[in-house]
Design a protein around this ligand. Structure first.
Ligand SMILES: NC(=O)c1ccc[n+]([C@@H]2O[C@H](COP(=O)([O-])OP(=O)(O)OC[C@H]3O[C@@H](n4cnc5c(N)ncnc54)[C@H](O)[C@@H]3O)[C@@H](O)[C@H]2O)c1
Ligand SMILES: [Zn+2]
Length: 358
């Protein structure tokens, strides 16, 4: 097992990464400072892992809430199910919430923890690759509003994150690929050596090799933690984590949420960012090919949907929340392994990218 510390002063916390961690309750019990626990999970993950976790916490008073699965339930109404359970079972301010699930469960449980009695402890047990490498690191929690994704939320850090790689055995291959898009993102924005390692190991990762997955999760979390500790509340540099996301959100919106997985849209979006970076002369054609090859080997899309027109992209990207002062701001590549945030974007080159990437 490897432990990584996210350094945020008195809000610092460890991320434990390795195989078969769930059965080893001695690893996570020290992070629970209460007699009461409420496990929050969903109806897909509960039949797989809830009983096992409960059995490991036999010394505590354990309640659980099973939420309906899916991004469409990530809202205030579902959040209320958590509050109702906590109140009905008389959980007090010293209780601990445990998120057992992917990013949807993690974001909702974290936000519930931030709000319940003005803040209680919580622990993340992420069960998807995406939640291990992305959503469980950095303290963004929240729910969707009908008028916008993740619009209601809080920055709130957990006491610990337990990333048990063995839980990924049951995760569908398509979800593994979607998580790999964010993993590859870290290589592109800040870690060339990791990008090279991914080129050499992508098939092992796709095959579910736990040693390779553990290393990829560790290295991803290290990269994200490094950015987050510099800029916890996204005042500046943290925005580089959005490589491919402005293009990707346009694709997600055009396709309707749920048709493309987030990671799939981000993959196509990163290709678009790479294409524009190439047109600006910052990366070479062979760099661009390395990026698309790695994404293709991860079974990820490398083009936007054929039917999406440049006009549609412009319209959809114009309303993106990362637009500052009405100007489009994009994360682009300066080289393989380093990113820049810029609003100095040539509209002609951008149109060429839209035309080339579908
Ligand atoms: N807070 C952040 O910083 C942050 C960052 C990135 C993404 N997010 C959020 O994360 C969410 C996406 O997370 P996700 O990709 O994990 O999706 P998800 O939570 O919807 O999980 C994907 C699917 O896999 C199922 N599942 C989870 N673990 C499983 C397992 N071990 N075996 C079998 N099935 C399993 C889930 O029930 C679900 O059907 C989005 O809501 C996004 O906004 C948040
Ligand atoms: Zn993302």
């Amino acid at each position: 097992m490897q432990t990584l510390s996210v350094s945020l002063g008195d809000r610092s916390y460890p991320i434990l990464i390795g195989s078969n961690l769930l059965p080893q309750s001695n690893l996570y019990v020290p992070h629970i400072h209460s007699r009461q626990i409420c496990i929050v999970t969903n109806n897909t993950v509960a039949p797989l892992y809830l009983e096992e976790l409960k059995n490991k916490l036999a010394d505590f008073y354990v309640d659980s809430v099973i939420l309906p699965d899916g991004e469409s339930h990530k809202n205030l109404e579902t959040l209320n199910l958590i509050f109702t359970e906590l109140l009905e079972k008389k959980h007090n301010r010293t209780t601990t919430l445990i998120a057992l699930g992917g990013g949807v469960v993690g974001d909702m449980t974290g936000f519930a923890a931030a709000c319940y009695q003005r803040g209680v402890n919580f622990i993340q047990i992420p069960t998807t690759l995406l939640s291990m490498v992305d959503s469980s690191v950095g303290g963004k929690t929240g729910v969707n509003h009908i008028m916008g994704k993740n619009m209601i939320g809080a920055f709130y850090q957990p006491q610990a994150v337990i990333a048990d790689i063995s839980l990924l055995k049951t995760l569908p291959a398509r979800e593994i690929s979607a998580g790999l898009a964010e993993v590859i993102k870290y290589g592109l924005i800040s870690d060339y050596q990791f990008f090279v390692w991914l080129e050499q190991n992508i098939e092992l990762l796709m095959a579910g090799d736990e040693a390779a997955l553990s290393y990829a999760v560790l290295r991803s979390c290290e990269n994200k933690a490094q950015v987050v500790t510099q800029d916890e509340r996204e005042g500046g540099i943290r925005a580089i984590l959005n490589l491919g996301h402005t293009f990707g959100h346009a694709i997600e919106t055009a396709q309707g949420y749920g048709n493309w997985l987030h990671g799939e849209a981000v993959a196509a979006g990163m290709v678009m960012a790479a294409d524009l970076s190439m047109r600006r002369g910052d990366i070479s054609h062979s760099d661009f090919n390395r990026i698309t090859n790695l994404l293709e080997r991860s079974n990820l899309p490398t083009k936007a949907p054929q039917e999406m027109t440049p006009e549609q992209f412009i319209e959809l990207m114009g309303v993106d929340k990362k637009v500052v002062d009405g100007r489009l701001r994009l994360v682009l590549l300066k080289s393989l392994g380093s990113a820049i945030i810029t609003s100095d974007i040539d509209a002609g080159l951008l149109l060429e990218t839209f035309a080339a990437c579908r």
